[in-house]
Design a binder for this molecule. Sequence first.
Ligand SMILES: C[S@@+](CC[C@H](N)C(=O)[O-])C[C@H]1O[C@@H](n2cnc3c(N)ncnc32)[C@H](O)[C@@H]1O
Length: 440
Amino acid sequence: MLATSSRARRKKSRGQGRPGNPRPATEAIVTVSTLGRHGHGIAEAETGRLFIPYSLPTETIRAKITGDRGEIIEIIEAASNRADPVCPHFGECGGCAVQHLQEAAYHEWKRGIVATALRHQGLDVDAEPIIDAHGEGRRRVTLHVRRHGSHVQVGFMQAKSHRLSNIQVCPVFVPAFSEAIDLACRLGDCLDAPVHGPSHGLDVQLTASETGLDCNVIGISANGYEQHMALVDIAEKYDLARLALDGEIIAERRKPHLRIGMAQVRLPVGGFLQATEEGERVLSGLVRDYVTASGAQSGADLFCGIGSYALRLADHVRILAADSNAMSIEALASAVRYTQNLKPVETVVRDLFDNPLSAEELAAFDFVVFNPPRAGASAQVAEIALSQAPNVIAVSCDPSTFARDARILVDGGYTLERVTPVDQFKWAAHVEIVGVFRRL
Ligand SMILES: C[S@@+](CC[C@H](N)C(=O)[O-])C[C@H]1O[C@@H](n2cnc3c(N)ncnc32)[C@H](O)[C@@H]1O
């Protein structure tokens, strides 16, 4: 049996049915040549490139074509490495892009995304084999909640759409999220005002901490005493560590904590955290190994968040840690105050896009690690390229901006020695990268 679900086949192509933009659909038989970086099979047709979700290289597909989008009608010849998706929602839910490919080929696809981005920037470095960092699963998720009359819908957005897929299970969650969907449903029921037609909805952001679930509901504020008390009851029923609405704490039954290195960190509401515990362990382990091997004594951790690198490095090197999120910096500073035997850690709230550390400031350090958001760190990287810092480690969640920033460093005289892809977003099109640069 072919692995593509009937839902995948029912999925509407982009642009179809838009008022004022009707594009006639045609039918064609095509052969898929590559798997694109968003997980869509790509076929070269007479009319140009066709993007066909849920198809795989070598497959012969009967597809409904609208513009440059194809929708599988029938898989005439399936790829030998096609796999059965593990999730019943695959093909409808936009959370996962590639569950229909066997593991070795899936890993090679992700490594290839990084290799292609490097090649596009003219960087001649082989990406290493990808490290699987799924571990126990995603410990941080945002569930979307919408209410239709008395029915509450919970799930993730469909790919490239504003439509929500209702989900009952999610195989990428950590076991601590076993009641997450039920919880989100209860919160939607309690908070989202009944309306005629679909509501604007809300987002339920969940983090599995060591002391229980930390829950922040975004897009709504509590309305009156009764609703407040209903939320407190929900926090009790689901044994939440903390429940907040748009950052305002409604119930804190236990402080949400995580151990990082020797420190206990109190999580700020809604602050950044690597998606899986294993991802944090692998990324920080790679950073630590490179720093230790370099013999460095002091360094800067830029875009440091709550200190997943700084706190692990500070057992043997002095650190300056900078991030624009004041709550993350406060959580890190507090963890440092209460942890013994750390080397000095200086913490700074600083916008590194507008006000990057200058080359002169960076002169104080033996190494620099930077881990920016998806947009990359071009202003900061321009300063690093002018600096004499001997060791630079880039951690990134975006291959294109990683490669762009790497190009700036290489043009500034650094050698890109190693590129290690890390997979903490299993079955999604995201990939993390650790790059090591040296000024020889
Ligand atoms: C990918 S996270 C990395 C955090 C941390 N290294 C970790 O592993 O947990 C990116 C961090 O960049 C921070 N950030 C976003 N924009 C920033 C800016 N303009 N200046 C400084 N930090 C920024 C965020 O607050 C977030 O902590």
